[in-house]
Write a protein that binds this ligand. Structure first.
Ligand SMILES: [Zn+2]
Length: 588
């Protein structure tokens, strides 16, 4: 058999193998959906790499070297190792498609290969520079409107409260949030309603707990009967806009409900990440990609500059910089050990990212540098917040919070797929702007479900029933929240943690995947779970939740949550969204 024939057979075989693995993974995770476009993207990507490097080699090679399989294959093997040396065996096998594509490229005749490769390079690179791929949904503004405050609601996705300098952390990770807090109200004891983006954002938008809005790990969608802060304000005449870098907080999951304009900006960010040359550049230079923050801030500013009229607005912004993989953070160098090379930091970040979606463990020696990377990621999120605040000025009420935190080895867990521990659900929350008392520090539990009723009260618009309260009296010092209880919920994570079972015992898996609910009040917290556990914590004496006692001894009432009965099949995600989730480690 001649070399090109062998090459084609090998390349096609490897691609088919990866396609099958991919299809199986996606089917397991989401119950189906159109993924052929994503497969095509992957294939084109490999061919772009294959053809480009092969052509470059062909241009410089002379004589008998021109046909040498070693010379033609070597750059691809080096590229594959360089890009993926720090992944596990399974990934290396999947990535064997790159050498497969190399061999395929060897079979391409140069005369036909040049225009083919040029077209593919254009196709592959265009989204990186044009921002193509963002998806905008629009609904018309209502005709009538009246004066009222404008609002900017910023979610710093995955930012841990205890790693914010605003809340006493030793490193200056969030200077812009601190400046904002000085001019407004800082909530010391704010809690998310869950440990993950979808339920938490749905609570932020609807003022409802997950059991009432129904968007959870078990149902990835905010249903159309939901009344959101955006839909109520839009009906009252506000211009409502959203800019999101989070592929879950997107039109595909119903999170664009009520927005006149909603931009899914994770698309260009992910397309950029898919361009191999861009990844290669980042690894060579140490200049890391942002996770969509650049596009979000630029698009937000563009919209703000171009909007006309005095109509009040409500703008929602989601910044993903603090989300794993932590190493992709523009400001990481300020927080990491200068003695560690870029490659070493990539490896540490990848170990942590892998632990989040595979359930593996990270060695103790790698935990400190992982936290350094987390700090760099947090600071990168704060930097984009600073740009937003500069653009807004004093014209709007600004609400900044995170939707949940992240675990970095605490309780033998990583990421935010499971648990209701404090690093996961205790969040930063700052409200500032016209009418908000400067420098207020509010103690006592508040919840993400309080944000919607607070905004609607400030707007002077009638509120639908919610599980939250208006925080204005607390900000004004008129009421105390010391006796209040707040709730967080967690639903079954079977799909999100399906790969954990190879590293965790069946007993652990039962606990990891179980539904659970936490109630926090006073200094005590009670957590009950579907696996029968019922634990209490004294958060003052035991802030790291290391010494649980009998849950009933907290005196708090709480029950395992039952999800709202939602009659809906599996959510269909589009191929680009699936690719985005893969890059974040949600889909395998
Ligand atoms: Zn999130």
């Amino acid at each position: 058999m001649k070399f090109p024939t062998v090459g084609i057979s090998l390349g096609v075989g490897l691609l088919v193998a990866e396609c099958v693995a991919w299809i199986r993974g996606v089917l397991d995770s989401f119950g189906g959906g159109g993924i052929w476009l994503a497969l095509l993207q992957s294939l084109v990507l490999y061919v772009v790499v294959g053809a480009t490097i092969d052509l470059a080699v062909q241009l410089v090679a002379r004589g008998r070297w021109k046909a040498s399989p070693i010379l033609r294959g070597l750059p691809f093997v080096i590229l594959a190792i360089f890009l993926h040396y720090n992944f596990g065996v399974a990934k290396l096998l999947a990535l064997a498609t790159i050498p497969g594509a190399v061999v395929w490229a060897c079979a391409v005749h140069v005369r036909w290969g040049v225009p083919l490769a040029a077209g593919m390079v254009l196709f592959g690179f265009s989204p990186a520079f044009t921002g193509a791929g963002s998806q905008v949904t629009r609904t018309p503004l209502v005709d009538s409107w009246r004066d009222g405050p404008s609002f900017v609601l910023v979610v710093l996705d995955t930012v841990r409260r205890d790693h914010c300098s605003t809340y006493g952390y030793g490193r200056d990770t969030t200077p812009n949030l601190t400046t904002l807090a000085r001019s407004g109200a800082k909530f010391e004891d704010a809690y998310a309603s869950s440990c993950w983006s979808i339920p938490s954002h749905a609570s932020l938008f609807t003022g409802l707990l997950p059991r009432n809005h129904g968007a959870t790990f078990e149902h990835f969608r905010l249903e159309s009967d939901s009344r959101t802060v955006a839909s109520v304000l839009a009906a009252a005449g506000w211009e409502t806009v959203g800019f999101s870098a989070n592929p879950y907080i997107a039109s595909g999951t119903g999170m664009d409900r009520g927005f006149n304009r909603y931009e899914d900006l994770w698309r260009p960010a992910v397309m950029r990440r898919m361009v191999v040359a861009k990844q290669l550049w980042a690894r060579l230079t140490g200049v890391d990609q942002d996770k969509g923050g650049r596009s979000v801030v630029d698009e937000f500013r563009r919209w703000l500059d171009e909007r006309d009229g005095d109509r009040p607005y409500f703008a929602f912004v989601n910044i993903m910089e603090a989300h794993a993989p932590y190493q992709d953070a523009p400001l990481r160098a300020a927080f990491t050990d200068p003695g560690l090379s870029g490659g070493a930091l990539e490896k540490i970040g990848d170990l942590s990212h892998e632990a989040q979606w595979m359930g593996t463990r990270v060695d103790d020696e790698h935990l400190a540098p992982t936290l350094d990377l987390l700090d760099g990621a947090t600071a990168s999120a704060d930097r984009f917040l600073g740009e937003i605040l500069n653009a807004v000025g004093d014209d709007a009420v600004v609400v900044v919070l995170s939707d949940h935190g992240d675990l970095v080895g605490e309780h033998d867990l990583h990421g935010h797929m499971t648990g209701l521990y404090e690093p996961l659900i205790r969040i930063p929350l700052v409200i500032a702007g016209p009418g908000i008392p400067a420098g207020a520090e509010i103690r006592g539990p508040v919840s993400i479900v309080d944000v919607m009723p607070t905004i609607l009260t400030l707007a002077g618009v009638e509120k639908p029933p919610t599980d939250g309260i208006d925080l204005a009296p607390a900000m004004a010092g008129e009421i105390s929240l010391q006796d209040r209880l707040v709730t967080a919920e967690h639903y079954r994570t079977d799909r999100a943690t399906q790969l954990w079972a190879q590293y965790r015992s069946p007993e652990e898996m039962r606990s990891i995947q179980a539904r659970r609910a936490a109630v926090v009040g006073g200094r005590r917290k009670r957590v009950v779970a579907q696996d029968g556990s019922d634990l209490g914590y004294d958060l003052l004496a035991d802030p790291l939740e290391q010494r649980p006692f009998l849950g009933a001894d907290t005196g708090h009432e709480v029950s395992v949550p039952t999800p709202r009965d939602l009659d809906a099949g599996p959510v269909e995600l589009d191929p680009a969204q699936i690719e985005a989730l893969r890059s974040l480690g949600y889909v395998h």
